[in-house]
Design a binder for this molecule. Sequence first.
Ligand code: ADP
Ligand code: MG
Length: 243
Amino acid sequence: MTAKLEIRDVHKSYGDKVVLAGMSFDVEEHEVVCLIGPSGSGKSTLLRCIDLLDPLDSGSIHLDGVDITAKNTDANAVRRRVGIVFQSYNLFPHMSVLDNCTLGPRRALGVDRKTAEAKARELLERFGLGEKVEEYPNRISGGQNQRAAIVRALMADPEILLLDEVTSALDPELVGEVLGVIRELAGRGMTMLLATHEMGFARDVADRVCFLHEGRVLEDAAPNDLFGSPEHERTAQFLRRVR
Ligand code: ADP
Ligand code: MG
């Protein structure tokens, strides 16, 4: 059985700064995997590489057993299957929440406006944004912006969702509502790979947690094992610092 996503010996440097130094791990279908590690440990770089926003130096990434980092890959086709949400607000400021959500499907997938809007309204409703569809991003809260950004990423029915510290730019009181959305998606079996510094949340929602150190996965374990009795002193050190 091949995993949904396989990261194989991925190397990536920026100039002489080595960021990913032989990173490998799998994400199974319906699994939620959290990436943790200090700032600068390569979490964002890896997620960008998976969404083909940044090329690898070597190694490969496989989606359903197919190497998506091969030269002949249709990157747009991959990006429709792999959704990504970033740390800071992603919505276009000059467009309503609804238009933000329907733009991609209408432009890239050729979905007609009516169909796209019906789908967006349904998803926005599901995530508590039913009243905000006509609002502009600067008139809703940061948490609502991030929830709308997640809805936008879901519009193409991605097979896997990559979330890059989606709560770290939020005021603390708004973090919970965004984590609630992720929890809901996890409950419905969405395959997710998320970089997070919310250790309590990772412990709660993740099937597996990967600790990144020096460009590799130093420890890859069930959350109770990794947080409860980390195998490596380096992991324990990191956990002591963030707690
Ligand atoms: P994390 O998300 O874990 O904090 P990043 O993947 O953002 O880590 O960054 C890893 C390292 O790569 C950092 O040292 C960062 O400065 C560097 N880096 C990331 N993106 C670029 C880039 N586009 N150009 C040069 N250096 C980069
Ligand atoms: Mg980052």
